[in-house]
Design a protein around this ligand. Structure first.
Ligand SMILES: Cc1cc2nc3c(=O)[nH]c(=O)nc-3n(C[C@H](O)[C@H](O)[C@H](O)COP(=O)(O)OP(=O)(O)OC[C@H]3O[C@@H](n4cnc5c(N)ncnc54)[C@H](O)[C@@H]3O)c2cc1C
Length: 381
């Protein structure tokens, strides 16, 4: 019998395998990963310094342990080069593997902005544990980190680094932190709390060039400001990995297009996680992945199941200013109602009928999460 093959050993890949094994312990199962394949929780990467975790301690299980636990073959440092959906095969170099069902759990690439300068190639990104180990090696014994991007990941790293003694500059073309998730009042509170930790905000501008300096780098901003940094980290957003699927003729939009059964346009090929676009939604967060893995496992085990997503608020790991966001659906009609009081900002996105469609809670307002979350509409009922 040809195995079920899962490409990817991130939260989507391993958790699909775990859920499947709760339903089916015997169907041959293979996981293939381009990276070194540890099982770990990616969100831990952006608060590991403050929680005093070395990269090696973030890995919860080795690939060998996962293979034993899952009664599966786990191949690491192995990149799938092509898929033939008609023949139901994969190509890895010269090798061809047959699959019965194929799961694409390929993740997303960090977007890289065009930056000039003789050290532009030294700009780091962190999107897996291997990257994070390199980042930790780069900052060891250093003092100054410049972060490009004041989104969720950039702000989390800024908090983690500043809380552990690093001097942090954070640069964003937007005029505020978390511009896609928070109204200006919420952004302002987050900025002031991180500034109190020492974070320097460089907003409304971009990085023009990164050049080698006597020690570290000179970072030139488009507004003419020049900064010095020992390490430059870019966190400007993610782009679903769609190339492998697109080359196989599988339908791709912003992500690999799937329906609520996580089925792609090719028979017996499924996708989930950061690479997928589920009914038009790209949701690069843990909770959607967990819901999707449970539904997909049922389908793989022969009981086709559609996934439903409740509202899934995301906690931004900025302890200097606790923040929880549940953005309204794209195109939702309504307006923000903002109440700022001392140490908190409560921002509610309310429709014309008075229904709560989304929220952003900062500081003391996060205490209202439990009351507000049940009032939110489901993402996909
Ligand atoms: C620093 C950071 C902090 C985060 N914090 C939070 C948080 O607090 N809360 C939250 O909800 N979300 C958070 N996220 C997002 C969340 O971690 C991701 O949505 C999730 O981990 C994605 O899992 P995945 O399995 O889809 O992708 P990935 O973990 O990226 O896994 C993709 C896998 O596919 C493999 N692969 C890709 N192409 C190939 C190929 N051709 N052949 C073989 N293998 C291939 C890769 O090697 C990898 O194993 C954070 C993300 C980051 C980067």
């Amino acid at each position: 019998m040809d195995p079920i093959i899962i490409i990817g050993s991130g939260l989507a890949g391993y958790n699909t395998a775990k859920e499947l094994r709760k339903l089916d312990t015997t169907t041959p199962l293979t996981l293939i990963s381009a990276d070194s394949g540890p099982f770990y929780s990616k969100p831990m990467l952006s608060n590991a310094l403050a929680s005093k975790k070395e990269p090696a301690a973030i890995a919860l299980n080795t690939p060998e342990q996962m293979a034993n636990q899952l009664n599966a073959t786990v191949r690491t440092k192995t990149r799938v080069d092509a898929i033939d959906t008609a023949a139901r095969t994969l190509r890895i170099g010269e090798e061809t593997l047959r699959y019965s069902k194929l799961v694409l759990a390929l993740g997303a690439d960090q977007i890289r902005l065009p930056v000039e300068g003789n050290a532009a190639g030294d700009i780091l990104t962190v999107n897996d544990l291997d990257d994070y180990a390199m980042f930790r090696a780069a900052i060891a014994g250093k003092k100054r980190v410049a972060i490009i991007g004041a989104g969720l990941i950039g702000c989390e790293f800024a908090n983690d680094l500043a809380a552990t003694g690093y001097a942090v500059d954070i640069i964003d073309i937007a005029g505020q932190a978390l511009g896609r998730l928070l109204p200006p009042e919420g952004g302002a509170l987050l900025q002031s709390k991180l500034a109190a930790l020492g974070v320097q905000w460089q907003l409304g501008t971009s990085v023009a060039a990164v050049d080698h300096a006597d020690s570290g780098y000179t970072v030139k901003l488009a507004n003419g400001t020049t900064l010095q940094a020992d390490v430059v980290l870019s966190a400007v957003g993610l782009k679903p990995r769609t190339a492998l699927a697109a080359a196989a003729g599988i339908k791709v939009n912003r992500g690999i297009a799937v329906n609520r059964r996580l089925e792609t346009s090719a028979a017996e090929v499924y996708a989930l996680g950061d690479c997928a676009e589920i009914e038009g939604l790209v949701m690069p967060y843990v909770m959607p992945i967990m819901h999707a893995t449970r539904a997909l496992a049922q389908t793989l085990a022969g009981k086709p199941m559609a996934v439903s997503f409740p509202a899934m608020p995301v906690m931004v790991k900025t302890p200097a200013c606790p923040t929880i966001v549940s953005p309204p659906a794209a195109g939702a009609e309504g307006q923000w109602q903002v109440e700022a009081s001392g140490e908190g900002v409560k921002s509610l996105f309310v429709g014309a009928d008075g229904k709560l469609l989304g929220f952003a809670l900062n500081g003391s307002a996060t205490a209202e999460r439990a009351k507000l979350a049940p009032q939110l509409p489901p993402v996909l009922a």
